[in-house]
Ligand binder design. Structure first.
Ligand code: Z5A
Length: 208
């Protein structure tokens, strides 16, 4: 079976990391070779950039710097991890990708989407995910889950309205690209979300 590029995205506390572990098991049981990775990050330099992006910066960070750092990490990630894995026939399961830039920097912070599109074209060329699972849930539910964890990072300290705009942008993109996106109700129990994700994967595998 040839490689596929599958991304998992969603708001705070959506359960991406949890479900990606199950997805890996599911695909490996079907004989797929799977590479699990994440953004921002996924490479040595990318993880350093992640530290800059999520860290607590007294002076803040301009939106341009934030967006360009996301795409710097992505350029490294594509060149060193994603493209080689796909070329070797592996499935790449990526925890967040460019949809997150549209949702957070575009929807959340108000960066014009055309600017993101220019960077997407430059850094990715024609490469886009084959399938994107959007783990969708009410903002309050996600924030309550995330709140149980350790200290909030730079994004997690944003207010509820920010996360509502992020969610709205994800849902808008999913509605515009129904062939690539599958929206999963992530407010259910871990077991129920897992079952829905596996059904989506099974149907997608069968369809193509
Ligand atoms: N960001 C950006 O702005 N622009 C970009 O282009 C990119 C990213 C790529 C870091 O991402 C930040 O970067 C992110 C957006 C920004 N900021 N925010 N917010 P991240 O993906 O590393 O950070 P995150 O959203 O906080 O993800 P996370 O910490 O990895 O959470 P998760 O993977 O979605 O959830 P989880 O770790 O699987 O679960 C969280 C908790 O909920 C945990 O205790 C689980 O046991 C629990 N959980 C999970 N599922 C369930 C269900 N179904 N029921 C109940 N409890 C559950």
């Amino acid at each position: 079976m040839s490689g596929r590029f599958v991304t998992v995205d969603g708001g705070e506390g959506a359960g991406k990391t949890t479900q990606m572990g199950f997805m890996r098991e599911y695909l490996e049981r079907r004989g797929c070779r799977v590479v699990v990775t994440r953004e921002p990050g996924g490479t040595s330099l990318g993880e350093e950039i992640r530290g800059l992006l999520l860290g607590h910066r007294d002076g803040g960070m301009t939106l341009a710097a934030e967006t360009l750092l996301m795409f710097s990490a992505r350029a490294e990630h594509l060149e060193r991890v994603i493209r080689p894995a796909l070329a070797a026939g592996c499935w790449v399961l990526c925890d967040r990708f460019t949809d997150a830039t549209y949702a957070y920097q575009g929807g959340g912070r108000g960066l014009p989407l055309e600017r993101i599109a220019v960077l997407e074209e430059w850094v990715q060329g024609t490469l886009r995910p084959d399938l994107t699972l959007l783990l969708d849930l009410p903002v309050a539910t996600g924030l309550a889950r995330a709140g149980r964890r350790s200290m909030a990072d730079r994004f997690e300290r944003e207010d509820v309205d920010f996360f509502e705009r992020v969610r709205a942008m994800y849902l808008k993109r999913a509605a515009h690209e129904p062939d690539r996106y599958r929206v999963v109700d992530a407010s259910q129990s871990i077991k129920a979300v897992r079952a829905e994700v596996e059904t989506v994967l099974a149907e997608w595998l069968e369809s193509g």
